[in-house]
Design a protein around this ligand. Structure first.
Ligand code: ZN
Ligand code: FE
Ligand code: FE
Ligand code: ZN
Length: 268
């Protein structure tokens, strides 16, 4: 597991994850991970939905991660501080504010919202998403937002690139035209992205992103991390063997590490 770090893990503050960050550290130590980071769902200025931390909880979040860091010192696990930030058009000033609210080691950019009320990966929104967009329209809109998010340059790496495939809604044929604008944006802004193993635990049963996206990203020289998106301690480092194999198959020999928003690359 040398070279592998898991930077995408949640806390109970987002109301749909379980376990204290200390337990995630213990799980990481058992799995031989020497570095992890928390990246819970970002607060909004005012209440917005029921699956993110409240802005009032930000101090609790920072304290929890500090406790986990202390625990990690005893177990040989370095603990980093991150945040999974939702990108929505118009939220740029808020994202900028969030950036200065804590000594982040990295910020993850995510697109979950297709509109201000439709979440692409929420089971409760699935039927409305299906009624509103065919797979082609949904992918078109999602990748447009994903590219826009990358171009804010606010993020160190981007989360779960092909998330709209979660429930099996994938356009027919060649998908590279959907990927290309985001690949170009990642390259131009020097932003990294993740392989997220949560897709293996969802109806699609596949890593985010596809092998084709990984190959294009590697050809474009884009940096990579491997993440579990753990919402429970048992999910820390989940399926990292499969994700590592996919990364190698696409040509990757190094993964990105982040500290104080500086990126370094390490062989894995
Ligand atoms: Zn979540
Ligand atoms: Fe996410
Ligand atoms: Fe997440
Ligand atoms: Zn996520």
């Amino acid at each position: 597991m040398v070279g592998l770090a898991d930077y995408h893990m949640h806390t109970p503050l987002c109301h749909h994850a379980e376990g204290h960050p200390r337990e995630y550290v213990e799980s990481a130590a058992r799995r031989g991970l020497h570095e992890i980071g928390f990246a819970c769902h970002s607060p909004m200025r005012t209440s917005f939905d029921d699956w993110r931390m409240a802005i009032e909880d930000l101090p609790n979040y920072l304290a929890m991660v500090d406790q986990a860091r202390d625990h990690g010192r005893q177990l040989g696990v370095a603990v980093r501080l991150g945040l999974e930030i939702d990108y929505l058009p118009g939220h740029e000033p808020w994202i900028e504010e969030l950036t200065s609210m804590a000594p982040w080691d990295y910020l993850i950019g995510s697109v979950h919202y297709l509109t201000t009320s439709l979440v692409v990966d929420h089971p409760d929104h699935l039927s409305q998403v299906q009624e509103t967009y065919n797979p082609e329209e949904m992918w078109e809109l999602y990748w447009q937002l994903y590219t826009q998010a990358i171009r804010t340059r606010a993020f160190d790496f981007m989360a779960h690139p092909d998330l709209p495939k979660k429930f099996g809604r994938v356009p027919q044929g060649d998908l590279t035209p959907y990927y290309q604008p985001s690949i170009a944006a990642l390259q131009e802004t020097n932003t990294a992205f993740e392989i997220n193993t949560a897709g293996l635990r969802k109806p699609i049963g596949a890593l985010y992103p596809s092998g084709e996206f990984l190959r294009l990203a590697h050809e474009a020289g884009i940096s990579l991390v491997i993440s579990s998106d753990a919402h429970a301690p048992a999910e820390v480092g989940a399926d990292f063997d499969e994700a590592s194999a996919a990364a190698r198959e696409a040509g990757y020999g190094q993964l990105a590490r982040f500290e104080a928003r500086n990126r370094t690359l390490l062989d894995f």
